[in-house]
Design a binder for this molecule. Structure first.
Ligand code: FUC
Length: 731
């Protein structure tokens, strides 16, 4: 009896744990299944008692093979394309570019599914079913009672053990385990190996079964022959064997403990409490459905922490960066190839990395930038006859950097420049000079050199502009869109600053300073809007998902309250764009409204984001929101919205751009009381805060190094002196 009560109490406590997603039924479809991942392996757990499906991915399973996509000699057409654009002949310019200036081939390759682990158990009546994902442990659990026995299935992806671990407790009367190859459909009990039909990737997945007195542990390892974007000479079999050999020497308790130690070291750095309500005791799918009718503050905190969980699970040092779906993909023809779209989506994936204290999760992106700087140098040379490196609006496992798909939106020059600003931000947040010197600066410098060589003078205004380019993804091929100019100004500014910190490249610094001042400034148009293009041609009724010209407000910070006219115009542009959008666009709007210091408006956008998503079905409109598993829907599922939303919540609570640490800059009325610990501000500063009735009770700032910082809260600004490692209380 006592035990039963204790069990019941434990079950209830878990049901209401603020860090748990949970459901009363198995997943009906993929967007109901629960994700686990260790950065290289990802899996979706469906949780059917009798027929478990664990669909899994490995991050280097892609179509294609090592390939350089640059279009040899394309630079010979550059002048002609520009002249056509300057003569107002956009269609002929796009046609010429389509013929002579595009990636070879025109499309990049696709991320693939790898397989399913299928577990079959005896059928039978089940009671007390529950399926959950505990973000505090990174463990998916499936629990139910059958024939009087309470079963618990646990699944996690271990970074230290390099494997997906499945635990069955107690040992079921009997069960079968099979691997199903996502490319051939073949079923096999212990090993699955093959080659991607369209390409050079070979893969192997292998299952090991370990039994002990209290249950069964299944270890799933998978690997490919991918070594790097130019080398596929790895041996998947040897890799998988090595992974399993190491993992199988450990019992379940040790595997679990090692996973917790690794995962919690990252996850537990941040806590967020926005208060709770009765809705918090409901299953997660029901909470999403009910969100609009109430104020389920704890669901916002859950979404925030889920973003951190997903980043830890899909982007770990040594692996690939998080792609359009992170690492989770069921299809061999996924939407947009589940690759890297860097005219917003890839960057958004990393927006929460620094501020929410999982900085090292951004390292895979920086590794990718090292590759892209190499392949992008070839594209720069062949297509622009320029130094440095360039990345257009997509890349793939093979680090394609040339313009893909169509000239009216594929030719967009500032992907590498934008991603390079992440390098500088990483330095600002961490203060890691070695990283700045060895990794960041050479990449940033190369990204800037490309524009030193390619900025051209606008014949009308005399200013410097980029081109041919695009304001993602509208308006076609143009010269000098606002976003490009903002990004290049930011990049040049970052390189100038970095060269000062490192005391290098004085001549380049002067040159960049001179060029930067000549880049066409932002302009205010006839509707009081910030112009998206050089010409005053914005349509105030345009509610396009991309908010490119607002880049300088967020993620950039050139336009701030200190530039009041531009700030007002940018705000007007955002108002014109409306409060609806695709998933990731909503997430961007949350961040933008936070930067406009309007917490209530940011919260209104969050309400649009936290709504049941629906995909396009006959007779039914698609709309953005959250799927039952809280994956964000563009629709379809794209993980950027999850990451952008997590960043947005952080941005509402803390900002640190432009040299001031701003506490609770955009706190909405909906969150009068709360507490957050472990956020990070630029300057290497940790921030904890507690507020009540909308007022800051206390903030604790802890800096990595001695420094003086400006802190602002509720219009008050103070300057404080922080001693390294010593918490400073602001009240
Ligand atoms: C950009 C967006 C689309 C989608 C795609 C992956 O092209 O405009 O909405 O997010 O990336």
């Amino acid at each position: 009896m006592k035990l039963a009560l204790a069990l019941l109490a434990a079950t209830l406590a878990q049901a209401q744990s603020p860090l748990t997603l949970w459901y009363r039924q198995p997943a009906g479809g993929w967007v109901e299944a629960l994700p686990v991942g260790n950065g290289r392996l990802g899996a979706m757990v469906f949780g059917d008692p009798a027929h478990e499906r664990i669909q899994f991915n490995e991050s280097t399973v892609w179509t294609g093979e090592p390939h350089n996509y640059a279009h040899p000699g394309a630079y010979r057409y550059l002048g002609q394309i520009r002249d056509l654009l300057w003569a107002g002949k956009q269609n002929p310019a796009e046609d010429l570019a389509m013929r002579e200036f595009m990636s070879v081939p025109l499309h990049q390759k696709a991320y693939q599914a790898l397989g399913d682990l299928l577990l079959d158990f005896p059928e039978g009546q089940v009671t007390g079913y529950k399926r959950s994902l505990d973000l505090d442990t990174g463990i998916v659990a499936v629990e139910f009672t059958q024939n009087g026995v309470r079963y618990r299935r646990e699944v996690f992806a271990s970074y230290p053990a390099k494997a997906i671990v499945v635990r069955l407790e107690p040992t079921p009367p009997h069960f079968t385990a099979q691997l199903k190859d996502a490319h051939t459909g073949a079923l096999s009990p212990g090993v699955m190996a093959g080659r991607i039909p369209d390409g050079a990737i070979r893969y192997e997945a292998r299952l090991a079964t370990l039994r002990d007195s209290s249950g069964v542990t299944l270890l799933l390892a998978a690997a490919t022959n991918f070594k790097n974007y130019r080398d596929v000479t790895g041996d998947p079999h040897a890799r998988v064997e090595a992974m399993l050999a190491a993992a199988r020497t450990q019992g379940y308790a040790r595997l679990r403990a090692a996973h917790l130690a690794d995962y919690q070291r990252l996850f537990r750095r941040v806590t967020l409490d926005l208060g709770t309500s009765s809705a918090a005791s409901l299953p997660t799918d029901e909470r999403i459905a009910a969100f609009a009718q109430g104020n389920d503050r704890a669901l916002v905190a859950l979404l925030f922490q889920y973003g951190r969980y997903l980043l830890i699970s899909s982007s770990r040092p040594g692996g690939q960066p998080a792609n359009l779906q992170g690492i989770w993909n069921e299809s061999n023809r996924p939407p947009w190839d589940s690759k890297y779209t860097d005219n917003i989506n890839t960057e958004m994936n990393y927006w929460p990395a620094e501020e929410t204290n999982v900085s090292e999760c951004q390292l895979p992106l920086f590794d990718a930038l090292k590759d892209l700087a190499q392949s992008g140098a070839i594209t720069a040379k062949e297509q622009y006859n320029a130094r440095g490196w360039v990345l257009h609006h997509n890349f793939d496992l093979w680090r394609g950097t040339a313009p893909i798909n169509a000239s009216n939106h594929g030719i967009w020059q500032t992907g590498g420049a934008w991603l390079s600003t992440h390098l500088w931000e990483h330095y600002l947040f961490t203060g890691n000079r070695q990283f700045l010197r060895e990794t960041a600066y050479p990449l940033m410098r190369g990204a800037a050199l490309f524009f030193v060589d390619t900025l051209v003078q606008d014949p009308k205004s005399g200013y410097l502009i980029t081109g041919p380019s695009n304001s993602p993804e509208e308006g076609g091929l143009v010269m000098g869109p606002a976003m490009d100019r903002q990004i290049v100004r930011a990049l040049f500014g970052d390189v100038i600053e970095a060269s000062r910190v490192l005391e290098v490249d004085a001549a380049l610094r002067d040159q960049l300073t001179g060029l930067r001042a000549r880049i066409a400034p932002d302009r205010i148009g006839r509707y009081g809007q910030l112009q998206e293009w050089l010409e005053d041609k914005d349509d105030p009724h345009n509610q396009h998902r991309h908010l490119s010209h607002l880049w300088a407000v967020y993620p950039g910070y050139e336009i701030t309250p200190a530039t009041p006219d531009l700030f007002k115009a940018a705000r007007q542009s955002l108002i014109f764009r409306g409060d609806g959008a695709t998933g990731w666009s909503l997430a961007w709007k949350v961040n933008l409204w936070a930067r406009f210091l309007d917490g209530d408006h940011a919260y209104r956008i969050l309400q649009n984001l936290i709504a049941p998503a629906s995909d396009k079905r006959p007779g039914k409109a698609a709309h953005a929101g959250l799927y039952p598993n809280m994956f964000d829907a563009c629709p379809p599922f794209q993980i950027d919205g999850n990451f952008g939303a997590a960043a947005g919540v952080a941005e509402m609570l803390l900002q640190s751009q432009n040299g001031t640490v701003d506490l609770l800059p955009a706190l909405p009325g909906a969150w009068p009381d709360g507490k957050v610990t472990g956020l990070r501000a630029r300057g290497g500063i940790g921030v904890d805060m507690e507020w009540r009735a909308g007022n800051l009770v206390r903030a604790i700032l802890t800096a990595d190094e001695n420094k003086t910082v400006k802190v602002r809260y509720y219009g008050k600004q103070v300057e404080i002196r922080l001693a390294a490692g010593r918490p400073y209380k602001v009240e």
